[in-house]
Design a protein around this ligand. Structure first.
Ligand code: ADP
Ligand code: MG
Length: 235
């Protein structure tokens, strides 16, 4: 995470298009969406339910293939990667946080946050896990199962898991959707902090409080970007 904000974007999406289903009832979930996110940025993707926020994050996160358009992450043209390389590239460069946490129910907190290091070994995995869990106030929760945690603790565990491999890019899809205000603020503080130390963070949200914590906002409607508060994504 050494890019300066003036460098190349961590993620550059150009004219992404994604259509679900087929005629006569196709849903155009992404309609020529272009977006750039730089290191050090905290970007909120806003808009009503169904406008395409999750589809955009899944596409940028290489979990969904666009039907058209180009995607570059960390200077890598994604179309040039084989599916298996995409998977390791994703693990190395992208961390995900979801509204409903996606923790593995039969693994404890420590085991859950170490999952990314099974595929991508990390020399300081245990020390990093301990440090991040401590930072997130989860030091006393190592051996608890997700079912024994509050929603806030579950989301902080998911956040530690997303940060384990020091990804260039964090994608958070409605990360505060299941949290009370206090826990939401805590998660937003950690996302903001990750951008302040050089990460790129993209958060989909329709929560006004969450939107305002981001450094920049784009607004989606019906699969298109219809507005942004920086005068059109210029830098
Ligand atoms: P948001 O996250 O903003 O609520 P989504 O990206 O989930 O929006 O959905 C965008 C549109 O695509 C919606 O109309 C939704 O119903 C549709 N959609 C999402 N996922 C699928 C899918 N797997 N199959 C068909 N339609 C989908
Ligand atoms: Mg969504």
């Amino acid at each position: 995470m050494t890019d300066s904000r003036a460098g190349n974007p961590v993620a550059r999406a150009s004219a992404l298009r994604k259509i679900y289903g087929e005629s006569p009832d196709p849903v155009v979930a992404l309609d020529e969406v272009s977006l750039q996110v730089h290191a050090g940025e905290f970007l909120a993707v806003c808009g009503p339910s169904g406008c395409g926020k999750s589809t955009l994050l899944l596409t940028i996160g290489l979990l969904l293939r666009p039907d058209a358009g180009d995607l570059e992450i960390a200077d890598q043209n994604i179309a040039e990667l084989s599916p298996s390389r995409q998977s390791s590239f994703r693990a190395q460069n992208i961390g995900f946080v979801f509204q409903d946490f996606h923790l593995i129910p039969y693994l404890n907190v420590l085991e859950n946050v170490l999952v990314p290091t099974l595929a991508q070994p990390l020399s300081d995995a245990s020390a990093r896990a301990e440090m991040l869990l401590e930072e997130m106030g989860l030091a006393a929760r190592h051996d608890h199962l997700p079912s024994e945690l509050s929603a806030g603790e579950r989301q902080r565990t998911a956040l530690v898991r997303a940060l384990m491999l020091r990804p260039r890019l964090i994608l958070a899809d409605e990360p505060t959707g299941n949290l009370d205000r206090e826990n939401a603020d805590c998660v937003l503080n950690h996302l903001a902090h990750y951008s302040e130390v050089g990460g790129a963070v993209v958060m989909a949200t329709h929560d006004e409080g969450a939107m305002m914590r981001a450094g920049r906002r784009v607004l989606m409607d019906k699969g298109r970007i219809v507005g942004s508060d920086d005068g059109g994504n210029k830098r």
